[in-house]
Design a protein around this ligand. Structure first.
Ligand code: NAP
Length: 545
């Protein structure tokens, strides 16, 4: 390991045109641009979409909205922004969030450094200039000392590998590639494939406006009520007055949500107390039932069974046809071991006459036809097929770009058996590249994690500038140690024993059928403490040159 003073640095003559190129103008990219520009750096943001917003630009499907409280989701860095922005609902819908991010871009004059319609296809490190060459789909290249990926953990949508998919004559959309024009559902025969958080929001929103809805479900998910509501003027005032305390709380909780685990075990209380606690959580807003539940429900099968049983009983009460209710109750994983979809009268949708639930584990989809979908039991005719089939998560967006490091190695090859990172931010062999919300980082209530990571990356780049450094690289030992640490933290978590995007599984992508540990699952405060320590020690765990 070396630091600035110990290392003799080669003099680079060619000066890259940008200090940093950021890929992506979503929540991370916008804030990273703001911070780097504040420090006087020359920055270019390359964004594939036609607008800012990332996730909130692409996911325009009906009913898309926050599952974290709006006020805990917004940026915290500008008091003025906090003061002037009114969230209209406790869990804002996608159009409002997109407007918010557009407002941020305008307020801080960010657009002048953002280039839209710019799909990055390759990023290659050049040792001679100690810089990155970043190339767009149209062949145009940019050169930057630092490359910052702000490409999101859930931004590469995947379509099912079903025979005849392209033969369908009606309209079909992936939820994350939803058209900008309104879709007319009136009187239409519509199907939704997929029942994750996205499918649940879509289904509950369109059921009342379509002619007929058929839901093809492969794996039911445990869902809990969102309990959204409008924010009245008095509450708005209280929220604004309480911002400092609220953000301080988010810094202290396990995953930066307003909710954090109850210190008790599910078995430290009587059966009656446990039932009353679950009832209370089920009646409260947001993720409390998942993130603020007994400390052992996500690690102890027996504790988990108590909450799973409680929610199963709720589903049986809410769904009239008990055969349908049983189909909606997950049998192969416990409550909260996959990312919990929050819902608004989702289960009641199945009491409607115009809605049918098809369990495709018992009657598999055989093919998509020009008219609709053929299962092993029946042929269905549709006007619209909605694919709520999820994403090639966490590493998928990295796989799509040809990242090549110092020795020409491809990142995709390096990560064949799962990601290997240093703090979830850097990779050995890929100097001057930093990842925001990449693998192995603390995700949780994502804007809170974004703000921390952006500030850390900004600090590192400022350190490089102050010390006249042109090459920053994670060491192999540092990467091995962090990767081992992340894997060790995942041991014993029930969620790591379940197939989901969180464990790197995607049945629609070749090579993504084996579970990996792709997320940091320790606490956010512990993550920040470790990163702070690295910075405080002058980044001496990095190879600096
Ligand atoms: P997802 O959770 O991965 O769900 C995809 C769904 O599609 C699953 O039900 C899956 O079934 C099904 N599916 C995939 N391929 C299929 C195939 N070939 N045949 C049949 N079914 C298939 O994806 P998502 O719902 O888009 O959500 C991903 C994540 O995005 C969420 O967990 C959440 O973190 C985030 N999100 C957040 C919000 C919010 O904040 N409000 C809203 C939406 C999404 P299997 O389970 O059997 O694979």
């Amino acid at each position: 390991m070396a630091n600035a003073s110990q290392t003799e640095r080669p003099q680079t003559t060619a000066v890259p045109e940008y200090d940093a190129v950021i890929i992506g103008a979503g929540m991370s990219g916008l804030y990273q641009l703001y911070r780097l520009r504040e420090q006087g750096f020359r920055v270019r943001v390359l964004e594939a979409g036609t607008e800012v917003g990332g996730t909130w630009y692409w996911n325009r499907y009906p009913g898309a909205r926050f599952d974290s409280e709006s006020y805990s989701y917004g940026y915290s860095f500008s008091k003025e922004l906090l003061e002037e922005w009114d969230w209209s609902e406790h869990f804002a819908g996608q159009p409002e969030t997109l407007r918010y991010l557009q407002h941020v871009a305008d307020k801080f004059d960010l657009r002048r450094d953002i280039q839209f319609r710019s799909w990055v296809t390759a990023a290659i490190y050049q040792e001679d200039t100690q810089s990155w060459t970043i190339t767009l789909e149209d062949g145009i290249s940019f050169r930057a000392r630092f490359l910052i990926t702000a490409i999101g953990p859930l931004s590469t949508p995947t379509l099912p590998r079903i025979e005849g998919r392209d033969s369908f004559k009606g309209q079909s959309f992936h939820t994350a590639r939803w058209p900008h024009e309104p879709v007319d559902f009136a009187g239409k025969r519509v199907t939704v494939i997929g029942t994750g958080a996205t499918g649940v929001q879509t289904i509950q929103t369109i059921a009342g406006s379509v002619g007929h809805l058929t839901v093809f479900q492969r794996t039911p998910n445990w869902c809990a009520p969102l309990h959204n509501g409008k924010i009245d003027a008095e509450t708005q005032q209280k929220i604004k007055a309480g911002y400092p305390e609220m953000f301080a709380r988010c810094q202290e909780t396990f995953a930066c949500f307003l909710h954090t685990p109850d210190p008790r075990s599910a078995f430290e209380v009587s059966d009656e107390e446990r039932e009353a606690f679950y009832e209370k959580l089920y009646g409260e807003r947001g993720f409390g039932i998942w993130q603020g539940n007994f400390r052992d429900i996500l690690i102890d099968r027996k504790a988990n069974a108590t909450i799973s049983d409680f929610v199963a009983r709720k589903i049986r009460t809410r769904v009239k046809d008990q055969k349908v209710a049983e189909k909606l109750i997950p049998k192969n994983h416990g409550f909260g071991t996959r990312r919990l979809p929050l819902e608004t009268f989702y289960y009641e949708v199945y009491n409607r006459d115009n809605v049918e639930l098809v369990d495709i584990t018992s009657t598999p989809i055989e093919r998509i036809t020009p008219e609709g979908i053929k299962t092993s039991a029946k042929e269905y005719e549709f006007d619209i097929i909605i694919f709520a089939t999820g994403f090639d998560a966490i590493t998928g967006s990295f796989d799509k770009i040809d990242f090549r490091g110092a020795d020409g190695a491809r990142l995709k090859d390096k990560w064949t058996h799962g990601p290997q990172t240093y703090l979830g931010i850097m990779v050995d062999g890929f100097p001057n590249m930093m990842m925001l919300m990449g693998p192995h980082t603390a995700l949780g209530n994502i804007p809170r994690s974004i703000e921390y990571s952006v500030d850390w990356v900004t600090g590192l780049i400022r350190f490089a500038q102050e010390n006249n450094l042109t090459r920053l690289e994670a060491t192999s030992a540092g990467v091995a140690s962090w990767t081992d640490h992340v894997k060790a933290l995942g041991v014993g978590l029930l969620s790591n024993e379940v197939n989901s995007w969180m464990t790197g599984i995607n049945s629609n992508v070749e090579g993504k059928q084996t579970r990996i540990v792709a997320r940091y699952s320790g606490s956010a405060p512990a993550y920040r403490a470790r990163c702070d320590e690295v910075a405080a020690k002058g980044y001496d765990e990095l190879r600096l040159g």
